[in-house]
Design a protein around this ligand. Sequence first.
Ligand SMILES: *[C@@H]1O[C@H](CO)[C@@H](O)[C@H](O)[C@H]1NC(C)=O
Ligand SMILES: *[C@@H]1O[C@H](CO)[C@@H](O)[C@H](O)[C@H]1NC(C)=O
Ligand SMILES: *[C@@H]1O[C@H](CO)[C@@H](O)[C@H](O)[C@H]1NC(C)=O
Length: 375
Amino acid sequence: MNLLITILCLTLLLSIQTSSCRSCNFPAIINLGDSNSDTGGLSATFGPFPPPNGETFFHIPAGRVSDGRLIIDFIAESFGLPYLSAYLDSLGTNFSHGANFATSGSTIMPQRTPLNQGGYSPFSLDVQFSQFSQFKSRSQMISKRGGVFKSLMPMEDYFSKALYTFDIGQNDLTLLYVANESADAYIPKAMEQFSTVVKGVYEKGGRYFWIHNTGPLGCLTYVLVRVLRSMPELDSIGCAVVFNELAQKFNRMLNQTVSQLRKDLPFAAFTYVDVYSAKYSLFTQAEKYGFENPLRTCCGYGGGAYNFDQNVRCGDKGNVGGVEVLLGKSCMNPQRAIIWDGVHYTEAANKWVFNQIATGKFSDPPVPLSQACHC
Ligand SMILES: *[C@@H]1O[C@H](CO)[C@@H](O)[C@H](O)[C@H]1NC(C)=O
Ligand SMILES: *[C@@H]1O[C@H](CO)[C@@H](O)[C@H](O)[C@H]1NC(C)=O
Ligand SMILES: *[C@@H]1O[C@H](CO)[C@@H](O)[C@H](O)[C@H]1NC(C)=O
């Protein structure tokens, strides 16, 4: 009899627990990262990305390097939240449900070489954190003015209820390769920096962290074209082995860093998302999912196997017979292409990857996105 009651109670408890975890109620998303999740930061600062960027979904350039939505847009949609405004965009922005601090070309490590001298974005991860800190305090001061000001700012308690998403590292890897720096020296420094920023966000109240690892860099055309000159080793699907190994080395260390953060910050919920494996499986099974020529750039120039020219990028114009024409054109069918401009993914690929990672199949712990609060 006692046993029966105990079993009944346990069953009841378990059912309460599972039902209370149907989904997390994130009222806001705060994102830090690079072009994989930039919704307008770099564009607002240094000038817009040209058409045909945005052609598929927004029908005008929308501050994203893609023909349409990015993974972060699908994440926002899945919670019924508006697309994230870029913190750096001072026109027409609405931060009531979060803000995006990512900019294209951002790195984890601070930068010394200016963008216009071949460097990376000045908004490295530490700068993004500094902007976030200001955003947190100043948004609340502005909110107090009431009316329209209040309607454009997040509520105070959103900072502890928000989902904090991170997608950064790809540019650190190309940087260290081009600068011929040792990965074994660089990556641990980058990990230390990453930890410092996550801990800073935690101190400001952040509790729910959704962390993307870096994708298979060696499958992207801009990298392939560069390494092909020095006769690289390609894998069975044609990706550059040395770059994918570098990405995987970075990811192993990121995974360890997140494990350590779980120990250091036991009241936070960390989800480590293996975006690398999701993207790599798309390249290997492209045809099965309706994609063709997986390594070919959709919006590029020059034709051939890669349709990519380092000097004529997506949206670039050129003078042909005295007439200015668009050279870096979109392909006929962006919804069947994976790579958009040689560096970034198409909306179709982003959507596919989102659908995969949202299930939890590529996550540690293996919970779906909707339960990233680990309720
Ligand atoms: C900002 O967005 C929120 C949510 O979408 C909306 O309720 C609010 O009215 C917007 N504010 C303005 C001034 O448009
Ligand atoms: C890169 O660095 C290694 C060791 O530091 C050196 O042996 C090699 O020559 C360098 N390569 C280039 C292209 O500078
Ligand atoms: C991350 O590390 C954990 C061990 O700490 C391991 O179980 C897991 O498989 C790793 N995840 C990935 C995607 O490598």
